[in-house]
Ligand binder design. Sequence first.
Ligand SMILES: Nc1nc2c(c(=O)[nH]1)N[C@H]1C(S)=C(S)[C@@H](COP(=O)(O)O)O[C@H]1N2
Ligand SMILES: [Mo]
Length: 442
Amino acid sequence: MSEQTDRRGRIRPAPENFLSRAQIAEVSAGRRDFLRKAMLAASAGVAAPAALAASGDPAILEKQVWGATLGKPVASDAYGLPSKHEANLVRRESPGLASVGGASVAFTPLQGLFGIITPSGLHFERHHQGWQDVDPAKHRLMINGLVKTPKVYTMDDLLRFPSVSRIHFLECGANSAMEWANTAVPTVQYTHGMLSCSEWTGVPLKVLLDDCGIDLKKAKFIYAEGADGSHQNRTIPLEWALDDVIVAYGQNGEMLRPQQGYPLRLVVPGAQGVSWIKYLRRIEVGDQRWNTKDETLHYADLMPDGSTRQYTSVQEAKSVITSPSGGQVMLDRGMHTISGLAWSGRGKIKRVDVSTDGGRNWQTASLGSLVLDKALTRFQLPWQWDGGPAVLQSRAVDETGYVQPQMRQLREVRGTRSVYHNNAIQSWKVTETGEVFNVQIA
Ligand SMILES: Nc1nc2c(c(=O)[nH]1)N[C@H]1C(S)=C(S)[C@@H](COP(=O)(O)O)O[C@H]1N2
Ligand SMILES: [Mo]
């Protein structure tokens, strides 16, 4: 395991993968001991900046190999990759979650990211029947149903339309699904990592529907379908289709990654991930919901009385502290910065409150410079850690006034056997030894 990655300030990175609590404690105890000794030896009573030089820190005093040798030539004809020191920061599959890799999920390492954009190579992946590298020359999009002229578009056809580029989050409706009954996974990568945010580029769906002459008197819904083996499909209300839905080919300035649906996917801002059809091949316009197998049972809410609540496609306001977060270790007391992400499928984030005492007292966090509609929003709060136990929480409020619920409030309505749409407040417990654990408090 590399110690260089997903670190923030004086916080040790989360363990590479599932470790038991005992294992986490063991690893971190050894590491902390080492650092404490090193720091004691280094700082004995000297003022901060001078302390480094006086301590004889070789990292600043000695000439390093990169200052004494010729650097490597330009990386021509090659796609640039992150530093080898960042090799620990990768998507990971939660062990035991799915038995088949083609019907699984690889989670985004939220604990190691800055700002609001997810690097494309770290965007979470969720496939129902594996991913494909579709040949764009053979890919087509058909629009049919309640339109004057059904059409079949090539990728070249689509690239001739004026495009829009918008930043939106994409969250699977099953994000945080394991946590309904109790805590199940140790790190934010697994509790919240079915969440990513990109700049998406493509043609507004409205433009294409107009191009085909949509029958606005009769049309009420659209149906979208993927070209992969799962033929993932979903009904989407026409109001959304005519509002901000994009037929997208671009992701963060380049073509979509194959795992994200190259060469074409639907972007349905604010809706749960399953509506964002990848490898998009067909859109049909109709006057009622299709109620296909996928949308009737999956990504719908099992209620305590055994009934299924359908059509809850909007991802309600949610937030999570990504640093410090589960599995990380605080190396010393004093100044830290609590940092995290907030988002709402209903619009912009208005405010994020942060508590360090399990919800008794709240402070308003500062929001990053970009506060966008249906996008991840970065929040921060300076925190003096006195070395005592603490429970860190964040609570998002969106522009509709909706307040992110406590787990207890959500369970009162949804019970403990639900799967989808868990947007409860997340709690991280910081112990006196600096370890951070995923906990649920009453
Ligand atoms: N064609 C197709 N589209 C799909 C899926 C799929 O398996 N096939 N999975 C859906 C689900 S459940 C989610 S959460 C998102 C995940 O998108 P990502 O893999 O780009 O993160 O894609 C959706 N669109
Ligand atoms: Mo999903």
